[in-house]
Design a protein around this ligand. Structure first.
Ligand SMILES: [Mn+2]
Length: 264
């Protein structure tokens, strides 16, 4: 067999067989498809003041790279905690980046907001983990401390009225996961015991330690938000980019281009 044929064959060979079958890929080896570039934004949580300048940086950076296909991927948690959740959704809906494929993933905070809108008594917990700030961002006055069941139902009625149709459609249209090249994107992570194709929404949106503490590589490198670290976290099997923007003032964007993984 000649050199050319050998190297071609070698490229097709999986790196390492896992118990469940299939290739396992490490962060160091992971790459984007030829000509593709992706900008990935972590948890925004109502910080429109950080999102707007970051988007300007991304647009300027994309011009320099001139990739044939550029993705802009949001990892979810647009709303809650920070002061301007409604404005964040407007900013994303009004994006004028026709050359980019925009992907908006679902976060546990958006799922909780929808649960509250659909059944406020079942979903009232949302008001206590950041939802109160979202309600206020739609111009509704609430003080969370002493809400009766009637108060909660009334807050829901007001929010239902104030929420623009396109915001409701945005929340309902969010996707659970996305795959590109050697990468799998999800808000919180994955269940390490389950194939990527069989993940459950609950894990993709909420999982923490079972995923964060798992050391082995997966079929793809997992890019996620949800669990806050002071700086972007590069592990063998995953990249975490929730840097706690709502209180740290650091909204992180990961740029994937070829084998490069840069922070913008
Ligand atoms: Mn979050």
């Amino acid at each position: 067999m000649g050199m050319m044929a050998f190297s071609k064959l070698n490229k097709l060979m999986p790196m390492r067989k896992a118990k469940t079958g299939g290739t396992r890929i490490s962060v160091a080896a992971a790459e984007m498809p030829e000509g593709y570039c992706a900008y990935v934004i972590g948890d925004i949580h109502g910080r429109n003041d950080l999102l707007v300048p970051l988007l300007a940086n991304i647009a300027a950076d994309a011009v320099k790279r001139s990739a044939l296909n550029t993705h802009l991927i949001f990892l979810g948690d647009y709303v809650d905690r920070g002061p301007a959740s409604a404005a964040v959704i407007d900013t994303i809906l009004d994006l004028d980046l026709p050359q980019m494929n925009i992907v908006t993933l679902n976060g546990n905070h958006e799922a909780s907001m929808l649960t509250f809108l659909d059944d406020p008594l079942k979903g009232k917990r949302w008001l206590h983990f950041g939802g109160d700030a979202t309600v206020q961002s739609y111009g509704i006055d609430i003080s969370v401390g002493e809400l009766t069941s009637e108060d909660i139902v009334s807050v829901r009625e007001k929010l239902q009225k104030a929420l623009p149709d396109r915001h409701r459609a945005f929340l309902e249209g969010l996707v659970e996961s996305y795959t590109l090249g050697d990468y799998f994107f999800a808000h919180a992570g994955i269940d390490p015991t389950v194939a990527l194709s069989a993940q459950k929404e609950r894990d993709l949106l909420w999982i923490r330690d079972e995923f964060l503490l798992h050391g082995d590589a997966y079929e793809k490198v997992i890019v996620h938000g949800h669990s806050i670290t002071p700086a972007p976290e590069f592990k063998t099997n995953r990249i975490g980019i929730d840097t706690g923007a709502f209180y740290s003032n650091k909204l992180t964007c990961l740029v994937l281009d070829g084998k490069n993984k840069d922070i913008l």
